[in-house]
Design a protein around this ligand. Structure first.
Ligand SMILES: Cc1cc2nc3c(=O)[nH]c(=O)nc-3n(C[C@H](O)[C@H](O)[C@H](O)COP(=O)(O)OP(=O)(O)OC[C@H]3O[C@@H](n4cnc5c(N)ncnc54)[C@H](O)[C@@H]3O)c2cc1C
Length: 260
């Protein structure tokens, strides 16, 4: 039995194909258009937004006599007017490890604009348990003792069941899978596991806002506070409107442009 902290890995992000973008810009009549975006995600959102009105430069659309210059100014206006769909074009891919099933149950409630792949506890046997200790448990010595003993007992149950059913010598993988799935029923919901989560920026913003709020659960607040720390400088024009207030030692990430 081991106590663990949740871990956030940013494993992927949107990439612009320069050749294709250049070909499109030539096609629309602005072969020399450039952006000062510092990430491909921000560049892509800007291009997708500007193509709506052909607002790459004044006069390209005869109705447009001036345009907002610069990626930051352009995306800030998108946030101001709430054109959140523009933010759906760029995506990020995260892996959250050593997170509990409490956390994953909450995360998967966010359906719009996200994709998940969750470690299967039908396939992956819980031969040892690891878990996060919530602050309130940590703060009380007696409580921590009860918590730890319960976790150790549940780990022991997993080991005993594996012995009783001799799972290592099960004849087929199908039998192993059935047994593993049966054993997980007596694992705690706090058991640490892994989930892969991909989302677009509109979704990312919404989930950060909802899940860093002080009324949200501690572990998901902790994780999305870390997510925010990872993305705020990487994508300054998509995430730069946030401010942080610390509540109970965790960041509450707030903005005037809530839920674009
Ligand atoms: C503090 C807190 C406590 C919670 N407590 C509970 C609880 O006790 N029980 C419980 O069941 N859940 C609970 N939840 C989960 C909550 O109800 C939502 O299911 C979860 O936060 C997902 O958010 P969302 O509804 O915005 O969905 P997302 O999938 O993140 O969707 C984003 C937005 O897209 C739109 N959208 C998405 N799907 C649809 C749709 N089908 N139709 C129309 N519009 C859509 C909505 O505007 C939605 O807000 C809690 C969440 C928080 C943050």
């Amino acid at each position: 039995m081991e106590y663990v902290e949740p871990k956030v890995f940013l494993v992927g992000e949107t990439r612009v194909l320069e050749e294709g973008l250049k070909a499109y810009l030539k096609h629309v009549g602005v072969p020399d258009w450039t952006s000062d975006a510092t990430s491909d995600s921000e560049l892509l959102c800007e291009v997708m937004g500007r193509l709506c009105y052909r607002s790459f430069e004044p006069g390209l659309n005869p109705n447009v006599t001036k345009v907002r210059e610069g990626n930051g100014v352009y995306l800030n206006n998108i946030l101001n007017v709430g054109h959140g769909s523009v933010l759906e074009h760029a995506v990020m891919n995260f892996v959250f490890s050593d997170v509990s099933r409490v956390f994953t149950h909450e995360l998967v409630r966010h359906r719009a604009g996200s994709a998940m792949s969750q470690e299967s506890l039908r396939f992956v046997r819980l031969d040892k348990l690891s878990a996060y200790i919530p602050t309130h448990i940590k703060e009380d010595e007696n409580g921590l003792k009860v918590y730890t003993e319960a976790m150790e007992q549940l780990e022991e149950v997993q080991i005993k069941l594996a012995e009783v059913y001799d799972i290592d010598n099960a004849q087929t993988f199908g039998v192993k899978k059935k047994l593993t799935s049966a054993f997980r029923r007596v694992a705690p919901i706090g058991v640490a596991t892994t989930i892969g989560w991909s989302c677009n920026f509109r979704t990312l913003r919404h989930v950060i806002e909802m899940r860093t709020e002080p009324s949200a659960e501690e572990e998901i607040r902790l994780v999305f506070g870390q997510v925010y720390e990872m993305v705020k400088e990487r994508y300054p024009n998509l995430m730069g409107d946030y401010e942080v207030e610390m509540v109970d030692g965790l960041p509450w990430v707030k903005t005037a442009h809530r839920k674009v």
